[in-house]
Design a protein around this ligand. Structure first.
Ligand code: RB5
Length: 150
């Protein structure tokens, strides 16, 4: 019997829609359950409309990890990082994905749908999901991220 895997939250705008669709297919094939917050077509939309509900759900602990996409990955990442318990990292290669897990304990991966191939995106997703947080000296650094100066 195969081990039940976690449910992952996904969200994108039109710039990441087709890549989201591909990643959702690959994740389901790998045994993950998906909660897809949209968008649901390639029609032009505003990325915060889809990223906010997903990042809110991650922030509330409804999902341990998620993947967001937009054309550059930047707008999606900026929106998600408005939530205090979200740590979203923008990655365009596998080493970046390993580092946002090992050093930053990222719980959301942001992908640039218009700047990486589908093949590279899947390798990045696999690295994000399979890499553990190193802890140690990185724990206090991650804790300090939310300690903004007022
Ligand atoms: C949409 O054209 C594009 O601006 C969006 O997908 C994203 O790249 C924004 O950061």
């Amino acid at each position: 019997m195969s081990e039940k895997k976690q449910t992952l939250a996904l969200a994108s705008d039109h710039g990441g829609y087709w890549m989201k669709d591909f990643i959702a297919f690959k994740l389901r094939d790998a045994g993950y359950e998906i909660k897809d917050f949209g968008t649901n077509s390639g029609d032009s939309v505003d990325y915060p409309n889809f990223i906010h509900p997903m990042a809110h759900a991650v922030n509330e602990g409804e999902f341990e990890k998620g993947i967001i996409l937009c054309g550059s990955g930047n707008g999606a990442q900026m929106t998600a990082n408005k939530y205090p318990r979200v740590r979203a990292g923008l990655c365009w290669n596998v080493e970046q994905a390993r580092l946002i897990r090992m050093h930053n304990n990222a719980n959301i991966l942001s992908l640039p749908g218009r700047f990486v191939s589908f093949d590279e995106a899947w390798k990045i997703v696999e690295a994000f999901l399979q890499t553990a947080f190193e802890g140690g000296r990185h724990t206090q650094r991650v804790e300090k991220i939310s300690q903004i100066i007022k």
